[in-house]
Design a protein around this ligand. Structure first.
Ligand SMILES: *Cc1c(COP(=O)(O)O)cnc(C)c1O
Length: 395
């Protein structure tokens, strides 16, 4: 179906942060399949684990125990705020389950009328019917009938607006610690702390969408750790499977205990193959020193990008984000899609985001040298783009 505006590139092979097209062109991949191939391409441990598991057993359904899922859940619980995990296949599906868990919690506590989530302008939570409503973007909702009830939107990073929106029907607050698709817009750490406090004050659940920000991308395992807070429930996907489809809902016991047999489910979710991939990613990301190295290389990249912004003040308005989720916000005279295309011409893959932002979300395994290379390619990209626009203006 014609759902995508695809670039005319087809990749045949990848290694680390490199991708090669079938006609032999080489790219530095700072998009990582939209912040997903966290270990880069062809990571030997991930490849071997998937191949071995595929040869043993791929799928059995959740009618039976799945030892790989049990182990992966136990390791996520040990490494996080959560007591319990549900595995699924994608970010939107994880978010759907997360909202169901929030609603169920209040229903089981005798408050079925409390099913409304406070969400934020600029959010992105996925493309299923309910997540379109949680996203709240008119452009995505158009033509798909009445929005699903129970999602209200307030301005970003505005505590007064959040407080004003809370009423007797409010169940929880749903937020990305850093808005990804919306424009790599971080919530202030103070805002996240205040959200935790207001949830405690009113008996609301704090539901974090860490589909894009999680699994090491921010330089900590989960981005909320930078704020020193814990959610009640959280969604994950993208990087958690290293490129193999895997999503998860992580929750505190007080939330998870209400999702009794029959209340939620999935056929594929948490199958042996997907969870083997998740375990391989976990092995790498939780290895001693790995997240420190992500943080180190991210700071190195940031230094380079801040220098780039200082060199091109007419083009770059701001560099923002956290860790290896970085947004380069352009001045209104320039267009992020044009810059993305110019970067492709220079051999660099990036991803456009909202609010005229060019997003960098490289694999977590990049080196300082690769960060330098990306900054140099972005410098040439800007020269190409500004050269092209100067040419157009002269005509
Ligand atoms: C990508 C994304 C989703 C949707 O994930 P899918 O796997 O495409 O369904 C949801 N929330 C956030 C924050 C995302 O970045």
């Amino acid at each position: 179906m014609p759902t995508y505006n695809r670039a005319d590139l087809a990749f045949e092979r990848g290694e680390g942060a490199r991708l090669w097209t079938s006609d032999g062109r080489r790219f530095l991949d700072f998009g990582a399949g939209i912040a997903t191939t966290s270990l880069g391409h062809g990571h030997p441990h991930l490849v071997k684990t998937i191949a071995e598991q595929a040869a043993k057993v791929m799928h059995v359904s959740n009618l039976y125990r799945v030892p790989q899922a049990e182990e992966l859940a136990a390791r996520h619980v040990a490494a996080s705020f959560a007591d319990s995990v549900f595995f699924c296949n994608s970010g939107a599906e994880a978010n759907e389950g997360m909202v169901k868990a929030v609603r169920k919690y209040h229903a089981e506590n005798g408050n079925p009328e409390r099913f409304h989530m406070i969400c934020f302008e600029g959010a992105f939570h996925g493309r299923t019917l309910a997540m379109l409503s949680a996203t709240g973007n008119e452009k995505y909702l158009a033509g798909f009938g009445p929005p699903v009830q129970g999602f209200e939107h307030v301005p970003w990073d505005n505590m007064n607006a959040v407080r004003a929106a809370i009423n007797e029907r409010t169940a929880g607050i749903m937020i990305e610690p850093i808005q990804g698709e919306g424009g790599v817009r971080p919530a202030s750490l103070r805002f996240l702390k205040e959200l935790r406090a207001v949830c405690d004050e009113y008996g609301l659940l704090l539901a974090l969408d860490e589909v894009q920000t999680g699994m090491g991308r921010s330089g900590k395992l989960w981005a909320h750790q930078w704020a020193g807070i814990e959610p009640d429930v959280m969604s994950s996907a993208k990087g958690i499977g290293g490129g193999f489809p895997l999503g998860a809902i992580l929750a505190k016991e007080k939330v998870a205990k209400h999702l009794k047999p029959g209340t939620h489910g999935t056929t594929y979710g948490g199958n042996p193959l997907a969870c083997a991939a998740g375990l391989a990613v976990m092995d790498v990301v939780m290895a001693p020193g790995f997240l420190d190295q992500v943080d180190r290389v991210a700071r190195h990249l940031w230094k380079g990008l801040v220098g780039l912004a200082a060199k091109h003040p007419a083009v770059v308005e701001e560099v923002r984000g956290a860790g290896l989720l970085v947004g380069i916000k352009l001045k209104p005279e320039f267009n992020n899609g044009d810059m993305q295309a110019a970067a492709v011409a220079e051999g660099l893959l990036t991803v456009a985001a909202g609010m005229n932002v060019l997003r960098l979300a490289p694999p977590l395994i990049i080196t300082e040298a690769e960060a330098d290379e990306a900054v140099a390619l972005l410098d040439r990209t800007i020269a190409r783009m500004t050269g092209a626009s100067a040419q157009a203006a002269a005509q």
